[in-house]
Design a protein around this ligand. Structure first.
Ligand SMILES: O=C(O)c1cccc(C(=O)CC[C@H]2O[C@@H](n3cnc4c(=O)[nH]cnc43)[C@H](O)[C@@H]2O)c1
Length: 219
C-alpha cells in the first residue's frame, strides 16, 4: 500500500513503525511492513505528480491518502474527528457553478466512463475501512485555495454537497483513476473550514486521531 500525505507532520507517527527512511525526488519517504509513505507537498498537482511518478517506477497495489482537513458547515464533523472519503470533488475545474459538465467537457475518460469533477474512492476498500473504523464515508472537496470565511466554506459545501475541504485529495483520486489504482482517503478534522482563527483549530487532537486509526489499520 502507498500512503500519501501533504506534509511530514501529518505522518510523523509512521517514523516509529518504519523499517527505512528515504528521500524521493527531494521529499521524505518511509518504508514499513507492507507499506510505503511519501510526502507529496501541498496541493493537488504535487499529490498527482508524486503519485504518478512513483507508481510508474515502483509496484503499487493501492493508495491511501491521509492527512488533515477542514470540516464544512453542516457536516456535523468537529475538529479532532476522523473522516473517510466516499469521493473527491475537484472544485477548481470548469465553471464555479456546474464545473466541467457546465463547460461540456469531461476531465478524464477511463474505460469509456467520463469523469467531470467527481472522482469516487474505491467502493469495496472504502467499505472495509468504514467498517474497521466505524465511519460513514462522506464527500471530500479539493481546492487550491482554502476557504477564508464561513460564508465561502458554506457556499462550497452547498454547491457540491461536500463535508470536508482539503488541497490534495482530488489530485490523487484522479491520478489513481487514470492509473487504475484503488484509492481511499482518510483525514482528521483539524479545523472548521473557513475559520482562520487558530484558537478553533485542534491540530494535535486531529493528528492523534489519525495515528490511532493508522495503528488500527497497519499494526
Ligand atoms: O491559514 C489559514 O487560514 C489556513 C486555513 C485552512 C488551511 C490552512 C492550511 O495551511 C492547510 C494546509 C494543509 O492542510 C489541509 N487542510 C487542513 N484544513 C484545511 C481547510 O480548512 N481547507 C483546505 N485544506 C485544509 C490541506 O489539505 C493542506 O495540506 C491554512
Amino acid at each position: 500500500m502507498l500512503l500519501l500525505s501533504a506534509t511530514p507532520r501529518e505522518a510523523a507517527f509512521l517514523e516509529a513503525w518504519a523499517e527505512e527512511a528515504f528521500t524521493y525526488r527531494g521529499r521524505k519517504g518511509l518504508k514499513g511492513a507492507g507499506w510505503v509513505w511519501l510526502e507529496t507537498g501541498i496541493g493537488k498537482v504535487n499529490a498527482a505528480m508524486t503519485l504518478a511518478a512513483y507508481a510508474q517506477a515502483h509496484p503499487v497495489d493501492r493508495v491511501l491518502m491521509i492527512g488533515i482537513g477542514g470540516a464544512y458547515p453542516g457536516s456535523g464533523l468537529e475538529p479532532g474527528a476522523l473522516a473517510l472519503a466516499s469521493e473527491e470533488v475537484q472544485a477548481d475545474l470548469g465553471l464555479v457553478e456546474g464545473g466541467m459538465a457546465a463547460l461540456g467537457f469531461p476531465t478524464l475518460v477511463v474505460a469509456g466512463e467520463a469523469y467531470h469533477n467527481r472522482f469516487p474512492t474505491d467502493p469495496d476498500w472504502t467499505r472495509e475501512l468504514a467498517e474497521a473504523l466505524g465511519l460513514t464515508p462522506v464527500s471530500f472537496l479539493t481546492r487550491d485555495l482554502v476557504s477564508e470565511t464561513l460564508e465561502e466554506a458554506r457556499a462550497w459545501a452547498e454547491r457540491w454537497g461536500a463535508a470536508v475541504e482539503n488541497m490534495e485529495g482530488a489530485g490523487a483520486a484522479q491520478a489513481c483513476r487514470w492509473l487504475g489504482l484503488p484509492f481511499a482517503e482518510l483525514r482528521a478534522i483539524s479545523n472548521p473550514a473557513g475559520v482562520r482563527d487558530r484558537r478553533a483549530w485542534r491540530l494535535s487532537q486531529a493528528l492523534g486521531a489519525l495515528e490511532a486509526a493508522l495503528a488500527a489499520l497497519l499494526r
